[in-house]
Design a binder for this molecule. Structure first.
Ligand code: ACO
Length: 324
């Protein structure tokens, strides 16, 4: 019999501190009205000075394990999608592992910007399918507030911090039906952070105030076009009709991008999980955050068919089709 993975539990976490559009009106030349009409965002959460990606991830992971009825000691694989690791090394997966008090299982991070969670899910799903993992913890987490340029109104209004997690366990029936991943590095200059370790490290060390760089308009156009193709691909490769989808759980970057994807599917917005108003773009954290919210408030039920889709820096993009 085929082995599949299934989502046994979900969890999420948002830091306590809330930064509203009204707060931003006081620090940059913007308005609540501009932010809401262009993006749908009303507020975002900002990690406290003592919080890190691994501490946010711990909250989400513990909640996901609790909802699955499992304990940290059951976990035999940790995959974390993040662009904002606590440290350059050790990787955030191992820091999370230590926080959970477990030792020995493989734990690693991967970086695919906003697509980090779907990439992590795809990897963990394969470990479970081939029998190498019986309890995989998959996390998307970001502390984007740390590298946003808070004087740049074109970007600082968009982003926030948070974490989301899934627990995957083996199942005889899907579960995770399929994941589809893509990337194309030719779009690097449309969305990137200008420094790393092997390039520009001196700038990082000198506390440069540069933040992430984005040509928002161009990103918007490519995102809408690419997500539309991705939805077609996901439906066709899995023999699924648009009408079969119970919930679209998109990356929460911008309400207008989400609406364009829903239009493509002929899905009314009542069947789309939208949480971007409450936390802004949390990159790799956004999909598990949105999905966990909709599970906990009773919108998403066991047995429903979910389409998850994402798009982000790289560019990277991907989808997951899940029978919840
Ligand atoms: N407040 C007020 N005015 C602003 C602000 C602000 N916060 N930011 C920009 N403006 C101004 C611009 O300066 C410009 O002024 P001008 O006409 O005098 O030159 C005007 O608003 C229009 O700017 P545009 O960039 O054309 O505005 P647009 O409608 O494209 O909206 C936005 C900008 C929201 C960034 C949009 O392009 C977008 O969402 N793009 C997608 C980017 C994204 O989501 N990236 C995240 C990572 S990728 C992903 O997750 C999908």
């Amino acid at each position: 019999m085929n082995r599949y993975s299934r989502v046994a539990g979900t969890g999420s976490y948002l830091p306590e501190r809330v930064l509203t559009n009204a707060d931003l009106e006081r620090s940059v030349d913007t308005t609540d009205e501009w932010i809401r009409t262009r993006t749908g965002i009303e507020r975002r959460h900002i990690a406290g000075p003592d919080e890190t990606s691994s501490s946010l991830a711990e909250h989400a992971a513990r909640r996901a394990l609790k909802s699955a009825g499992l304990a940290p000691s059951d976990v035999d694989l940790i995959v974390v999608g993040t662009t904002t690791p606590d440290l350059i090394f050790p990787n955030t997966g191992t820091l999370l592992q230590q926080r959970l008090g477990i030792h020995g299982c493989p734990a690693f991070s991967l970086e695919a910007a906003c697509s980090g969670f779907i990439y992590a899910l795809s990897v963990a799903d394969k470990y479970v399918r081939c029998g190498e993992s019986k309890c995989a913890l998959v996390v998307g987490v970001e502390c984007l507030s740390r590298f946003v340029d808070w004087t740049d109104r074109a970007t600082c209004v968009l982003f926030g911090d948070g974490a989301g997690a899934f627990v995957l366990t083996p199942a005889d029936e899907p579960g995770v039906i399929a994941t589809h991943l893509h990337s194309d590095g030719k779009y690097k200059d449309l969305l990137y952070f200008p420094y790393g370790v092997s390039s520009g490290f001196d700038k990082l060390r000198s506390n440069s105030t540069d933040g992430l760089k984005m040509l928002g308009n161009e990103v918007f156009k490519v995102a809408v076009r690419t997500l539309s193709r991705l939805v077609d691909e996901t439906l066709a490769k899995n023999g699924i009709e648009r009408s079969d989808i119970d919930w679209l759980v998109p990356h929460q970057a911008n309400l207008r991008i989400i609406q364009a994807a829903a239009d493509k599917l002929d899905l009314p917005m009542e069947k789309v999980v939208v949480t971007v108003q409450d936390h802004g773009n949390t990159s790799a954290a956004s999909i598990p955050l949105a999905l966990d919210t909709a599970v906990r408030d009773g919108r998403i039920h066991r047995g429903q068919l979910l389409l998850l889709e994402t798009f982000g820096g790289g560019f990277t993009w991907g989808s997951a089709l899940i029978r919840y």
